[in-house]
Design a protein around this ligand. Sequence first.
Ligand code: PEP
Length: 257
Amino acid sequence: MARTPIIVGNWKMHCDHLAAIQLVQQLSYRLDPKDYDTSELVVAPPFTALRSIQTLIQGDDLPLGLGAQNVFWESEGAFTGEVSPAMLAALHVAYVICGHSERRAMFGEDNQDVGRKVRAVLAHNMRPILCVGETLEQREAGQANDVVVRQLNGGLEGVQAAQMGDVVIAYEPVWAIGTGRTALPQDADEMCGIIRGHVGDVYDAAIAGDLRVQYGGSVKPANIASLMDCAHVDGALVGGASLDPDDFATICRWHRL
Ligand code: PEP
């Protein structure tokens, strides 16, 4: 089965709900139906803009997916400041980013936490985007593969084979995020291939063959085409460049470059 590429804009902590509406409008003016046919296109605004963007997507019938940047694993309760998977599902959120390196590094999320989030997202019929990736020190110490495999094992713990069709993996080397330094296409392809191979070992070859593996880390209009040319890269998780409607639209139209 051919894998449909998926391009996701991770806006991080940018855009209040008004700026978010403007950004989606500017993006949608720049895209045409062919772009949506070629790739699944998703935006992941901050929590406070989810409701506004959901209304815009529904009201204007935009073929754009809605993503969230984080979630807590419990359904409800005394968890001040947290947002539950049920709350996201009620806003028609389709994708939830789990285990982004900024959350691992700054908010202390470990592989077990990430696994809980992935399972909670799946249990609420949404799709997790499980982020994995090594630091520069780990890469230079030759530990990149082991780190990524450990993150995969933790993030996918308890995920059943039948649920794997809803899982997207994002390979995001930490040293490439927000640094302007992109992994070489062959390095991105190699690690995305290792991820696919590991999923094949844990599950089976058919599941691995259908798995969508994105690359993330300073993806820009200038490098998207060479990344998308890689056999194991099925899309991109885009941070900084997704805040510029021209740049993000160009990335979404990678097939025309
Ligand atoms: C990200 O936030 O996932 C990311 C890859 O950021 P950037 O594109 O800015 O490196």
